[in-house]
Each structure stands twice: as structure tokens, then as C-alpha cells.
Design a protein around this ligand. Sequence first.
Ligand code: CO
Length: 134
Amino acid sequence: MIGRLNHVAIAVKDLEKSASLYRDTLGAKVSAPQAEPAHGVTVVFIELPNTKIELLQPLGENSPIAKFLEKNPDGGMHHVCYEVEDIIAARDRLKATGARVLGDGEPKIGAHGKPVLFLHPKDFNGTLVELEQV
Ligand code: CO
């Protein structure tokens, strides 16, 4: 059911410092910061030959990554995103196995303009999983 690894998201406190680490120290292609108010984050996209890294910095008062950064003050891996062809079919199949879909269970438009869903980390080895329809 799942396809390619679309991205790995890393939560950071200082987006400019972290972007510079990827651009200047690691020599990667790094985008300009992009505010995503609907998701409570500002994102920098890092393009690697086989996938992407997304750096997430909290945006606004109720950012969903604020608590994560309290627990992980140095930043850390926040979620992995797998591609699926049909997000509704994927959701229904996962729910039938007892997996928990976060929020109201309806796909939202993610940072790439495509429908996404998040799955409860307790059902996936302690890792928050995002599904993106491609
Ligand atoms: Co993501």
C-alpha cells in the first residue's frame, strides 16, 4: 500500500541555523522558508536525490510541534511521510486494522498542496506517520 518515502520531517527551534547547517555544512539544496499558518509551522524544504527533508519551526501560539520541542530541546525527527495512491482507501484499510488516524480523520491539504493524514505514533513504533496522496 505505501509507496515512496516522500520526506522526513525534523522539528527545529532555529530554522535559519538549521537551514544553514544543511546548505552550508552538508551542501544540500535548501528552499526559502515557507509559512504554513494552517499547520502552525514554518517549513524549509531540503531536496535530496532520493527524498526530501523538511525542517519545521513552530509558527504561532498553538503550534502542534511546540510540545515536541519542549521534550526535545535540541530538535529531533518529528515524522516520516509515505506516499499513497488513494488516501481514503489507505485510511479505511488502516482504520479497519485498528490504527488511529489523528484529528477528525479527514485528509487536510499539506505543505505540498496534496491531501495528507497523520497516524498515531503509538500504533507505528513510536513514530508519527504522515500519508500523502500523490
Ligand atoms: Co510532513
